[in-house]
Design a protein around this ligand. Structure first.
Ligand SMILES: Nc1ncnc2c1ncn2[C@@H]1O[C@H](COP(=O)(O)OP(=O)(O)OP(=O)(O)O)[C@@H](O)[C@H]1O
Length: 278
């Protein structure tokens, strides 16, 4: 499976510049042939993409009540989005829709590209779920292997024909370990013997190996001591330079400084743009 980035590349800078005067003089033949000096022209393109949740409602199959009611949000690439709100308001339900674990009852979840002046560029595309990573609350409870290497490669393809994909994942692995600061941990260490903070780093690395464009985190600081919480928050600050992060959390104080956009989920599954109350 080829990794195709659905997000726009970093700002492109292209320019058509005149050569220096001395160079032009040496090329007098241009004038002889009637070439005109081109006006200096520099184009800086800063088009960007947003993940957009559009009017999404969700009602679990066989139930009578919507958990989410007309949810809208737009999160710019390589930014940090935070959703907070009361327990039971529907935050995790929304994350599950974004990760493709359930389908909205109505509405859509898309990638929309924009020109640098904010005008939409062509039609939006549905968000490809293979470009979304999700780290659940207390991810260490789902560790299955007895060493770090087996844990991180647990979901990798086992078929013989998937050599190319495995090679790509292996090269991603080193980068993911560097990103999360796991490079000093022996690969044969039992994941259950890692500290709380390092277990979270491992859970992040497992997702980062797949090079997601959007990484979703449900309560990434829950259950950690103050030092590990500070370390994971610092790591998330670093990660948002590389990819888009959408986080559900009650730990607003630690995360407030990272937030680019935030929303409160109200009881009844309504989402309102709001700064975290810290
Ligand atoms: N499959 C389901 N069927 C019926 N109700 C459900 C289902 N899944 C979730 N709910 C209900 O939907 C509501 C929202 O749940 P959700 O887990 O999304 O809330 P939350 O905001 O993430 O809560 P918390 O902050 O406690 O994690 C809850 O009342 C929950 O009981």
């Amino acid at each position: 499976m080829a990794a195709v980035s659905t997000f726009s590349s970093p700002a492109l800078i292209s320019g058509i510049c005149e050569p220096p005067a001395s160079f032009s003089a040496a090329n007098g033949w241009k004038q002889a042939l009637g070439f005109r000096r081109k006006k200096k022209h520099r184009v800086i393109s800063c088009d960007y993409s947003c993940i957009e949740v559009r009017d999404v409602c969700y009602r679990p199959p066989g139930t009578e009540l919507n958990i989410l009611n007309g949810v809208n949000l737009s999160l710019r690439e390589k930014s940090f989005g935070l959703i907070f709100g009361k327990s039971g308001s529907g935050k995790t339900t929304l994350l599950q829709l974004l990760a493709g674990l359930n389908k909205p009852t109505s509405g859509s979840i898309c990638i929309q590209r924009y020109e640098d002046d904010g005008q939409p560029k062509a039609d939006s595309e549905l968000l490809p779920t293979e470009k979304v990573g999700i780290v659940f609350q207390f991810p260490e409870r789902f560790f299955v292997a007895d060493n770090v290497l087996d844990e991180i490669t647990f979901g990798w393809p086992r078929q013989k024909g998937s050599l190319q994909l495995k090679e790509r994942l292996t090269s991603n692995l080193q980068r993911a370990f560097n990103w999360v600061g796991l490079d000093s941990i022996p690969l044969d260490k039992d994941p259950q013997l890692l500290s709380g903070g390092y277990k979270r780093r491992l859970a992040l690395a497992i997702q980062l190996v797949q090079t997601p464009d959007l990484l979703i985190l449900d309560e990434p600081l829950a259950g950690l001591d103050w030092k590990a919480r500070a370390d994971v928050a610092k790591l998330l600050k670093h990660l948002k330079k590389e990819l888009t992060l959408l986080v559900v959390s009650h730990d607003l104080r630690e995360l407030a400084a990272l937030v680019d956009q935030s929303w409160r989920m109200e009881t009844g599954g309504v989402l309102l743009a709001e700064r975290p109350p810290v």
